[in-house]
Structures are given as C-alpha cells and as structure tokens.
Design a protein around this ligand. Structure first.
Ligand SMILES: [Zn+2]
Length: 99
C-alpha cells in the first residue's frame, strides 16, 4: 500500500487520529480498522484510540449507510428496493445494470 506513506508521515508528525483517519479516507483506504490495528502493533497508537476512532466514527458509518442505501435504490426511477429484489418492480430496471 504505497498510499500509506502520507499517513505514515502524519503519524510520525504526531497528527491527531482524526487527521490520520481523514487522510486514510482521502486515500481511499477501506481497511482503516486493519491499518489501525497495525499501528497499534507498531506502537504508534493504542487500542483505545483505534476503538474511539473506528467504532465511534459516525461519519464513516454514515458513509457506509449512504453506500448501502444507494445500492438499494433504483438507478432509473430512484424507488427504494428491497435487498432481495434483483430488479426494480416499478420500471423493471435490473438492480446491477450499470455496476
Ligand atoms: Zn425503477
């Protein structure tokens, strides 16, 4: 993961975990928890901090919910779809048409 260099720099500079997390998100890191645990192992942060940042982060949670929601929305008519539906019952657009 070459993109972690920037994050590593922030860590070395003593940046706040919020700032580090922000950078991680910007770098498109999807395994923030895994990376955070690695930082714990290397002694850069504590489990307590990781827990605070990764499990109480409403921003990340909201982002995940938004992504989940968008995948359950008809791409054509924007109707709300049930997870088990493979296509939209309203306009018959396949759910995964443009994925
Ligand atoms: Zn539809």
């Amino acid at each position: 993961m070459r993109n972690t260099e920037r994050i590593q720099t922030l860590v070395n500079e003593g940046a706040t975990t919020d700032r580090i997390k922000e950078a991680a998100v910007e770098e498109g890191m999807v395994t923030i928890l895994a990376y955070s645990l690695q930082l714990v192992q290397e002694g850069y942060t504590t489990l307590e901090e990781v827990e605070r940042v990764t499990f109480t982060d409403t921003g990340l949670e909201a982002e995940l919910k938004a992504k989940r929601k968008s995948s359950l929305e008809c791409q054509t008519c924007k109707a709300e779809l049930q997870p088990e539906w493979m296509d939209c019952p309203y306009c018959l657009t396949p759910r995964f048409a443009n994925n």
